[in-house]
Ligand binder design. Structure first.
Ligand code: AMP
Ligand code: GLY
Length: 436
């Protein structure tokens, strides 16, 4: 199968790395890709939101399947674009319709959807005026959570400790701090607990659970400082035991899939459930209509199935016939970021890698110059993933390898997974039949 993968981050390098080993993938193109994806297939200089450019490429190259990494093309309706075009319609796209992508594209839509289907999430109010907002904020106790309704490049959630600060932030958001995305704001109750992420692949009828993960969003060790796209991730998540897993499937995943079916929303792709474990009960913090980054960098290395087998089943509505096989090994990824990130960051610094055994170097923001030198080209530069028999070992290996990558201004967190390393990995035995 000739596959076009859309996107250019660490997530897409992880997909490309996995597809490059897949006997079902005869040719792989990545639009636009990065220096890492170029080693797995052919990068194509087409932007993920240039649907006409994607159309030309798909028809010219005889592409047989399109896999969408990031949310933006999905929210903008790439799936609907393909279906509305007689020549493109036979080419399956892995990702939801624009209607399905609203689970991520509109926080207000997602909250109302959860309300309709009884899916546990924080109480909220959707507001378009400061007065409405103030009235609801007064009923809450701090901290206050404000979310821009639309896509805001992962920056649209603000958490404020003081009522007055929350009102001021609300005013700024409604005035267009995040453009059109924050003309509508969701205010919600703060939930106290531990976050984790669960992923499913769905063909719109049934779903398969993929290995879960935990992301580390704050820039600083000990979870301090501003939010980032993610500074590292681990999989499995030790506290995601059989009991929590059952609650997540019963209370969250099944009602979500059934809600999509009942509302006639076509969805053939990934659903990322950003969850909070509140004293053993799961609540939805957010939905994403795609895989996570850097979560994909720990999930895919643990997935034994070939992606083409899974994607074909999704496209044909035969996912029920497939079994997901996860490696019993633990994976830890440490994100190396450019100096200044998540603020204004350095670009164009030379990267030197001394490869460490057992490690995967998944490129996020990288490019090669005319002489073939590897350069930094984004805030998140490189995700170093290690697989080992325990999270502790995987974390040690990934940290060692992170130290053996050099570029000016490099930053990374040395505590990825620290909070869960000491927890028992009973879950590994529970899901694995393969002792390797
Ligand atoms: P989101 O983009 O919706 O995932 O929100 C970004 C981050 O804000 C989440 O990863 C959480 O750490 C935090 N957050 C969002 N909603 C809540 C909430 N209701 N209670 C506590 N923390 C939250
Ligand atoms: N790492 C969080 C996300 O992909 O949204």
């Amino acid at each position: 199968m000739r596959i076009l993968l859309i996107g250019s981050g660490g997530r897409e390098h992880a997909f490309a790395w996995k597809l490059a080993q897949d006997p079902g993938c005869s040719a792989l193109f990545i639009a636009p890709g990065n220096a890492g994806t170029a080693e797995c297939g052919t990068n194509v200089p087409v932007s993920p939101t240039d649907f006409a450019g994607i159309r030309d490429f798909v028809l010219r190259e005889g592409i047989e399947m399109v896999v969408v990494g990031p949310e933006e093309p999905l929210v903008r309706g790439i799936v609907d674009y393909f279906q509305a075009d007689a020549e493109l319609a036979p080419v399956p796209v892995i990702g939801p319709s624009a209607a399905g992508a609203q689970l991520e594209g509109s926080k207000a839509f997602a909250k109302k959807f959860m309300e309709r289907w009884g899916i546990p999430t924080a109480p909220y109010r959707e507001v378009t005026s400061v007065e409405e907002g103030k009235a609801f904020l007064r009923t809450l106790s701090p901290p206050y959570v404000l979310k821009a309704d639309g896509l805001a490049a992962g920056k649209g959630v603000l958490i404020l400790e003081e009522y007055q600060a929350a009102v001021a932030a609300l005013q700024n958001m409604l005035a267009g701090q995040f453009g059109e995305a924050s003309r509508r704001v969701v205010i919600e109750q703060f939930l106290r607990g531990i976050e984790f992420s669960v992923f499913v692949l769905t063909d719109g009828q049934t779903y398969k659970l993929l290995p879960e993960a935990k992301d580390y969003k704050r820039v600083g060790e000990g979870d301090i400082g501003p939010n980032t796209g993610g500074m590292g991730a681990v999989s499995p998540v030790p506290f995601f035991d059989a009991d929590l897993k059952q609650k997540v499937e019963e209370r969250i995943i099944r009602p979500t899939i059934q809600g999509l079916i009942a509302e006639s929303i076509p969805y053939k792709g990934f659903i990322f459930f950003g969850l909070m474990n509140v004293g053993g009960d799961p609540y939805v913090i957010e939905y994403n209509c795609r895989m996570g980054d850097p979560e994909t960098e720990v999930v895919l290395p643990r997935l034994k199935n070939h992606l083409t087998e899974l994607f074909r089943a999704v496209a044909e509505g035969k996912l029920a016939e497939v079994e997901i096989e996860a490696s019993p090994q633990a994976a830890v990824t440490v994100m190396l970021t450019a100096g200044g990130y998540p603020g204004d960051y350095r670009k164009g610094d030379r990267i030197e890698i001394t490869p460490a055994p057992g490690c995967l170097y998944l490129h996020a923001g990288t490019r090669r110059d005319a002489d073939g030198h590897l350069l930094t080209n984004g805030g998140r530069v490189l995700a170093v993933t290690s697989l080992a028999s325990s999270l502790l070992l995987a974390a040690k290996q990934a940290l060692y390898a992170a130290g053996e990558v050099h570029f000016e201004g490099k930053n990374y967190r040395r505590d990825i997974g620290q909070d869960v390393l000491s927890l028992p990995l009973y879950h590994l035995q529970a899901i694995s039949t393969d002792p390797a």
